[in-house]
Design a protein around this ligand. Sequence first.
Ligand SMILES: [Zn+2]
Length: 340
Amino acid sequence: MNDLLDRLERDVVLGAEGYLFELERRGYVKSGPYVPEVVLENPDAVRELHREFLRAGAEVMVAFTYYGHREKLRHVGREGDLEALNRGALQIARDVAEEGNALLAGNICNTWAYDPSDPERSAAVVRAMYEEQVQWAAEEGADFVISETNDYLGEALVGVDVIRAAGLQSVVTLASTSDRTIDGHQLDEACKRLEQAGAEVVGLNCSRGPATMLPVLERIRNAVSCPVAAQPVPYRTTPAQPTFQSLRESDGTRAFPLRLDPFVCTRFEMADFAVAAREAGVGYIGICCGGAPHHVRAMAEALGRIVPASRYSADISLHPVLGSPGSETASRYGDWLDES
Ligand SMILES: [Zn+2]
């Protein structure tokens, strides 16, 4: 059964994203412009990460077309590669999805071209960019389209409209760094508007870590009647520094985007998030920038699933020191066990 809404009716759907950050860490994406040229230059690297997320329990393979729109490609002088990049990303994701009965999602995102002071003209520019990407997604067999990292309700509504017009379902998520979209709507109210416009699933992705996303999700859950999506960044955000863009090292240095390592959530924290989000009534649970396969496996297992990568899930009882604290070996490594 490859229908998103059917799956959501039965259980939580586990997603997984963060391709941009993970492939940047692996040396295939340039931080700054963040254009997914890797799809054309090193397609095997993209395929491998899809497979790792699939093995970790992700039920959705999201085509790596994030920032693969005309504006961004033009920015790096590769507008001519736009269609090849989009179709290539969709085909790679589809191939891997078929290896594990996962869904294939097309992906559109914030364009940086939307201008709330000139909504009519800029919405037309955004619409043209979305139309070509969504058309390619439809032609390559996407089961639905994720429109994500939206900062403007106005831009997100264009996405919903384009996806609907292509006959596809949409998961539309906002990523505002404050409690309002940049065009001034409370996040729960904006989600309500997206639902009314026809989005099948609405919610949040990126920007916030688990601790600062959960309270907003509860408000959204109360405001809408459709399924809610949550894909936080796996970083230890706080009420004082509620987004990963606002995280600061102790000397005040901004951690985003290249110094975030000390703030990464453990797999256990992401597992706790998955359970808490399910308890809050969230149906589509995933992870965004910074996420890696070990997080996803822990989330899947916390949701009660055994996934292919569970074959190698930890068994600390087999560790020579930690697994047998009273043993002769352990006594020689007493400092490991805090027995000083
Ligand atoms: Zn993200």
